[in-house]
Design a protein around this ligand. Structure first.
Ligand SMILES: C[S@@+](CC[C@H](N)C(=O)[O-])C[C@H]1O[C@@H](n2cnc3c(N)ncnc32)[C@H](O)[C@@H]1O
Length: 350
């Protein structure tokens, strides 16, 4: 099996596989919602449905009355952790890797005083995001097509940045420049909140094949542990506020993802069966297209959805939260004594 999907986020290989996964394949994510939203999104499109349009794990599923609400909870959790300053009337927030705009539009709708910018590498996602913005009437949401490793944004712009299940797409050797760019566009004393999945050790035995299937289907390059990620962030200058294993908050998503992948697999089987017998049913082609099955990645995507559950159960896969702060340069050393920095030098008071 081919090992990782791409070696650089700037490569044409990365762009074409991410385009296939998130562009033409976006339809597959229609399955990630409460049943009525799945049906309306398939029949009428994203923008005419109340689908959360978010491509990440759901939080505390058992606490909420619907899967939609549990999915939408993660943006609310991220916003709380950003601890936006009270003295700013119109904070400016960035969602790095905004998918089809579900999180950005939700945050803007629930907090109209906040300007939220979403950026994604994939043009087709931003087209969907702009349609959502119009139908959901979220004027304070903005969208950009671009690479968040090099943004056309002035330094010290944002009062907060959140990144949900997106930094996993950046190969290890490009993580240092990712954090340098986040650091650059964030205002001092403001925070970067990251929610993401990680392997916490090397895969062993049968985990190895499952892990390769997982990376291939989710279009992921080589992955690092949450601890290595923390080191990269610190090297870029971030102060670590919190690094926490929050697997228990999202773990109940994996059986749902597994079940939905099994349903998709059965749909593909049934369509193949009919196709082989040259049976053409009305609307089946449309359904096929609307769900993104026409993409070459559909089947490996389904395999990846099914690989996630055993990897979490064996303890290899964990979900972490990082809260990082860009220190104010003038306060960076405020709480540290001279002796902590120069333990071997004698202090001279002049
Ligand atoms: C799993 S989706 C998550 C989307 C969104 N955060 C959500 O939770 O709904 C990952 C997103 O990251 C984007 N992405 C990955 N690498 C990127 C990069 N270097 N620059 C901009 N966007 C990127 C992908 O295009 C995709 O939209």
């Amino acid at each position: 099996m081919k090992k990782s999907t791409y070696e650089s986020i700037y490569s044409t290989e990365a762009l074409s596989s991410l385009e296939d996964h998130y562009g033409s394949g976006s339809g597959l994510y229609k399955m990630w919602a409460s049943p009525h939203s799945i049906i309306t999104a398939i029949l009428f499109g994203w923008e005419k449905s109340d689908h959360p349009a978010q491509l990440h794990h759901a939080w505390d599923i058992k606490k909420f009355k619907s899967l939609n609400e549990a999915i939408k909870q993660s943006v609310r959790e991220a916003l709380k952790l950003l601890e936006l300053p009270n003295n700013v009337d119109n904070p400016n927030i960035l969602e790095a890797g905004c998918g089809i705009g579900g999180c950005t539009t939700q945050l803007a709708k629930e907090n109209p005083h906040i300007t939220v910018t979403g950026i994604s590498l994939i043009q087709k996602q931003i087209e969907i995001a702009n349609k959502l913005k119009r139908t959901r009437q979220t004027n304070s949401a903005r969208f950009l097509v671009g690479n968040y490793l090099r943004m056309p944004i002035a330094s010290d712009t944002y009062n907060g940045i959140f990144a949900i299940e997106t930094f996993c797409h950046i190969p290890p050797h490009e993580k240092p420049s990712l954090f340098e760019e986040m650091f650059r566009v964030l205002k001092p004393e403001c925070k970067l909140v990251i929610f993401d999945g990680y392997p916490i050790r090397e895969p062993q035995g049968s985990e190895k094949i499952l892990f390769e299937k997982f990376k291939r289907g989710w279009t992921l390059p080589e992955m690092i542990t949450p601890f290595t990620l923390t080191t990269y962030a610190q090297k870029a200058g971030f102060k670590v506020i919190s690094v926490k294993d929050i697997t228990p908050r999202v773990i109940d998503s994996t059986p749902y993802v597994y079940r939905n992948a099994s349903i998709l697999r059965q749909i593909i089987k049934a369509i193949r069966f009919l196709d082989d017998r040259k049976v053409k049913l009305p609307y089946v082609d449309n359904l096929f297209k609307s769900l993104g099955f026409s993409t070459k990645n559909a089947e490996i995507f389904i395999e990846a959805c099914q690989a996630g559950k055993p990897l979490v159960e064996s303890g290899l896969g964990k979900y972490y939260m990082h809260v990082l702060e860009k220190p104010n340069p003038s306060q960076r050393y405020k709480n540290k004594t001279y002796e902590t920095f120069y333990p071997k030098l004698k202090r001279i008071d002049c």
